[in-house]
Design a protein around this ligand. Structure first.
Ligand SMILES: Cc1cc2nc3c(=O)[nH]c(=O)nc-3n(C[C@H](O)[C@H](O)[C@H](O)COP(=O)(O)OP(=O)(O)OC[C@H]3O[C@@H](n4cnc5c(N)ncnc54)[C@H](O)[C@@H]3O)c2cc1C
Length: 260
């Protein structure tokens, strides 16, 4: 991480691809390397600056003290996208990001073409907005699987609860370590396109609210499904704002933001 310039901005942290591996048919793990401090700061949720495929010298934006991005003038082709650091190892200077290869969009295209030596930059990070609770509901699709894997890994062993993970089919399931009291359910979309199934919404709708208030629900998936689940949890379950975090991880038919 480089220090601030006289105008108070600093360079974005640039990471270099060291390896690429297909975790499942539609998920590509990109392992990146960078300075220890940059890797430590790049997660769990990370704002990626994704250059055009094969751009040898991306014109990275700069970052203001308050985290705002100062974009370069003119066309630069860099897209800002939110992802999750599946693994951060600052000592080794390594970071894994699992990209869903959904076939469209600058980030999916970049991941599909990523080779060792390719560059990606980081423009900030955030928490997963989780709260400690004795009972957890975690629900999401492939895009939220990295976040859910981290939430499960961080849950104390005495935690109980339910996880619903919607994926295309058995080949998309990944081994996940979870406390013994958490029941993990894989939901298979089969031929239904991503973002068009009601599997997650239906699964939560069929779930009774656990007793007590020591409950936290974390939901990440396509926006319409998240909206429906959020309404169910606030209405039928009566969860307060501090008892749930439900955000759209992507929007069907809409890019998250245009590339510059
Ligand atoms: C906090 C947060 C963390 C996230 N973590 C991850 C992560 O770790 N891994 C990951 O893969 N994604 C993750 N996502 C989702 C990712 O940011 C979106 O899928 C994003 O749209 C991908 O950008 P893109 O440039 O590939 O596509 P965009 O340019 O945003 O979209 C182009 C087209 O692709 C469609 N599309 C986008 N995503 C999908 C999808 N998953 N399946 C089918 N169609 C899609 C859009 O509807 C649009 O029509 C996360 C999102 C958030 C908000």
């Amino acid at each position: 991480m480089t220090g601030p310039a006289p105008d108070g901005t600093r360079a974005a942290d640039v990471l270099t691809v060291v390896s690429v591996a297909d975790v499942t048919p539609s998920v590509r793990r990109v392992t990146l390397t960078g300075e220890s401090a940059a890797v430590a700061a790049a997660g769990p949720t990370v704002n990626l600056l994704v250059p055009r495929v094969d751009d040898p010298e991306p014109r990275w934006p700069r970052i203001q003290r308050d985290g705002r991005i100062v974009w370069p003038e003119g066309s630069h082709g860099i897209a800002l996208r939110s992802y999750t650091a599946r693994r951060q190892d600052p000592a080794a200077g390594e970071l894994d990001i699992d990209f869903v290869l959904h076939g469209d969009g600058p980030a999916a295209a970049w991941a599909a073409a990523a080779r060792p030596g390719a560059l990606l930059a980081v423009a900030g990070a955030a928490s997963l907005a989780e709260r400690p609770a004795r009972w957890l509901l975690l629900a999401g699709d492939e895009t939220a699987l990295p976040a859910i894997s981290r939430l499960l890994a961080a849950a104390p062993p005495e935690t109980s609860g339910v996880v619903y993970l919607e994926v295309a089919g058995p080949a998309e399931e990944q081994p996940l370590a979870a406390p013994a009291g958490i029941a993990l359910h894989w939901l298979h979309r089969e031929a239904t396109p991503p973002g068009e199934s009601t599997l997650l919404v239906d699964a939560v709708a069929a779930l009774d609210r656990p007793e007590g208030d020591d409950v936290f629900a974390w939901i990440g998936a396509e926006s319409a499904a998240v909206r429906a689940i959020r309404a169910d949890l606030r209405g039928r379950w009566g969860l307060g704002r501090a008892q749930h975090h439900a955000i759209g991880y992507w929007r069907r038919g809409r890019a998250m933001a245009p590339a510059g």
